[in-house]
Design a protein around this ligand. Sequence first.
Ligand code: ZN
Length: 240
Amino acid sequence: MTRVTIWNEHIQELRDAPVRRIYPDGIHRALANGLAGRPELEIRTATLADPEHGLSEEVLAATDTLIWWGHVAHDDVDERIVDRVQREVLGGMGLIVLHSGHFSKPFRRLMGTSCSLSWREDARHERLWNLRPGHPVLDGIGETIELAEEEMYGERFDIPEPDELLMIGWFPGGEVFRSLCTWSRGLGRVIYFQPGHETHPTFHDPQILRVIGNAAAWAGRRIRMDVTEARNPAPRETTR
Ligand code: ZN
């Protein structure tokens, strides 16, 4: 069982009618409903407005994979919560960052780069290419995933070289993008997955939900350890 916490800033769904039409209960609820058919995942949700953004020490200690969607309120995320998320990832928790979460504080902190990219809201189609058939995160996914409409995200994406590049996205403007990437940070696994603009029904797409569910299981923590404290041990051997 992988215990998954889906975090969403949950702002545009409340104030922007086009977003509310697609995600009336919020992106976090759409994701939770979309993953509900996977018995190996135990899902809870948290939002920015909750006390401690819904990410208390207790919640994170009981989270194996944290999924993160944010866009307009990155700056409102408390640095203490960012510290906490970073420490949990280094200590073994998985983190899946979706779409505009590329500029979220936890992702930038863990990457150490600007995480900037090029973008254009022209709602044309996207074709995502499966580079690693057989990888657990791409289980059940064919040669490509086609989305009828998605925001263009293009290179150069200012990220450290991924440990694994699993999908490349192609857009009709000629752009390409490293759309599904993995890294290890400390004892944890970090995944970035590009689709998911708030005015498109991307998180209702069964194949996108399949990738996110696979990613949540694959990145899930195998251990929880505080790796931040330096140690000063006595020698294990005595010289003769
Ligand atoms: Zn977007």
